[in-house]
Design a protein around this ligand. Sequence first.
Ligand code: GLU
Length: 197
Amino acid sequence: MCGIVGFIGQEQAAPILLDGLAHLEYRGYDSAGVAVISAQGKLQVEKAVGRLKVLSKQIHGGADLEGCIGLGHTRWATHGAPTESNAHPHASHTLTLVHNGILDNFAQIKRQLLDEGYTFASETDTECIAHLIDREYRRLGKPEAAIYEACEQMRGSYALAILFHDIPDVIYAVRHDSPLVLAVGDGECFIASDAPA
Ligand code: GLU
């Protein structure tokens, strides 16, 4: 279970992400994290183990993170212990993402990526997805094509929200067997694992 929230709009993203994640707490989680990208393209990522309020306190209710675009995540660990390094968001060279679900063919994909020279900062299946999309993005040059190509290679369940570092005004999202809802407002958009967020 666990949760994803994403926001693009005119307001500061971090407090909205924290509020959205609070409405997904019922789904259970062991750690939480947010990524916010500023208008200048500066990406800030913060993570904390335990309750959402630990993360909220760490970033002063969101005041520490500047930007109107961001991703939030509550993690229910399936691959790797509930630690700060395993908490989402996870990054590769060209992107940062959050994931709900389980990558069933994670061992095989991780072996391939290690052979190709990727290094891993976490024990998660999710970091494999980050590197896989990064590999395809660098090969194909187009975000949608990279995501679709990575999805072709992935087995399991996923809802993903992705920020490409060189496209700081777009959140890409894709899902398969994990829930994700999209809400389109006036000058703002939200994604979330469930409607209460
Ligand atoms: N399988 C991923 C992990 O262990 C995502 C878990 C989740 O859905 O929160 O990090």
